[in-house]
Design a protein. Structure first.
Length: 368
């Protein structure tokens, strides 16, 4: 029996190197950048930044890495950067340049704006016990009714890679218990409506703090030229762990972050049509059998919008054949007609980091 966990992917977050004070900031507004991913030379995720832009290293052998340590840092809103870390201790500060936004211009007709269609590039990475288990990327179209109905999607071209050894280990220790969401979820509501239950505090900068029960859970950041806004939310409250138990399964979620970028800044008017990029990352742990203990995993989904348009409900109904509504309808085999991964830079989409790219076709095998 497969259980659908919409709220978490089960992973481990432990063994942080507390002495390190490696911080990343925006080179324009000097504000700290959360959820910057730090990868080693093999493409393995070894850490990410918290809401203060400070790197938290995962306990996957980073202490044993030789110095200087060459790392690649990536974020959906910033240019990728390679850095050589001479030390993992002490205070270090690095700045990142915002990533230019490139969208295809699509004529907006005078028809009713009833359904938003977003076409973009998606990327999904799943790890188990700090090893790459599954990677998929491709072109996808989301159909988002603005009045009623749930978001549906259509996959256009896509690739699927797996490491059969890691999959075998996962199945032996975890069993067929989970269907992992390998697409970003898109909410059809206006952004303001989604944030109604959060208290908003303006800190007199380009950033509005978002509070829940007195705890800061995220913020809205307006860029330097006031043309774009970014939403950052962490569903796990500061200094807490979300514990869950279902039958013999125990789950601990340490980090569940969503980042959304929009090409508009007026909160009350922002809809999915304004979405330009979306990032979701979950780090937690899963325990099924006592002898294995908690085993680390991670799920990372990214979406970069390449084209936005409106269609009418009538047009939407005529397009519904072949659309999927469950983000758990995971592709098991590749299906593509174009070499879409070679065109990412045309849209200023961050390319796959070098370490992970080297794993494609080696440890991670393409599934046809």
């Amino acid at each position: 029996m497969k259980l659908k966990f919409t709220f978490i992917l089960i992973c481990l977050f432990a063994g942080l190197l507390c002495k390190a004070q490696i911080q990343f900031i925006d080179e324009q507004n000097k504000l700290p950048i959360p959820s910057v991913n730090v990868y080693d030379g093999t493409g393995g995720l070894i850490g990410f930044t918290n809401k203060n832009g400070v790197v938290r290293f995962l306990d996957n052998g980073v202490k044993k890495q030789k110095l200087p340590l060459a790392v690649t840092v990536q974020h959906i809103s910033y240019e990728t950067k390679s850095i050589s870390l001479a030390s993992l201790d002490g205070k270090q500060m690095y700045s990142l340049a915002p990533r230019p936004l490139v969208l295809n211009e699509v004529a907006v007709n005078t028809k009713a704006k009833e359904v938003v269609v977003l076409k973009g590039y998606f990327r999904s990475l799943e790890t188990f016990n700090h090893q790459h288990k599954y990677f998929a990327d491709g072109i996808v179209e989301f159909f988002i009714p603005l009045k009623k109905g749930k978001t549906k999607y259509r996959m256009v071209d896509y690739r699927v890679f797996i490491d059969s050894t890691v999959v075998k280990d996962y199945n032996a220790k975890m069993g067929p218990f989970f269907q992992i969401p390998r697409f970003t979820e898109i909410d059809s509501r206006k952004l303001a409506d989604r944030l109604n239950d959060l208290v908003k505090e303006n800190d007199r900068s380009n950033r509005i703090r978002l509070l829940k029960k007195g705890n800061e859970v995220g913020y809205l950041t307006t860029d330097a030229d006031r043309s774009n806004v970014q939403l950052y939310l962490d569903k796990v409250l500061p200094d807490t762990v979300v514990n869950e138990k279902l039958f013999s399964l125990e789950a601990k979620t340490f980090h569940e972050v969503t980042i959304e970028n929009y090409n508009a800044t007026e909160l009350n008017s922002i809809t999915p049509f304004n979405l330009t990029a979306l990032y979701q990352n979950i780090v937690a742990s899963l325990k099924r059998k006592k002898e294995y203990g908690h085993i680390p995993c991670e799920m990372l989904n990214e979406l970069y919008i390449m084209e936005s348009r409106y269609i009418t409900e009538e047009e939407y109904k005529s397009n519904q054949k072949g659309l999927m509504k469950s983000i758990y309808t995971t592709p098991q085999k590749s299906n593509y007609k174009t070499r879409f991964w070679e065109k990412l830079e045309d849209y200023h989409i961050p390319v796959i980091n070098d370490g992970l790219a080297k794993q494609l076709g080696e440890g991670l095998q393409l599934i046809h």
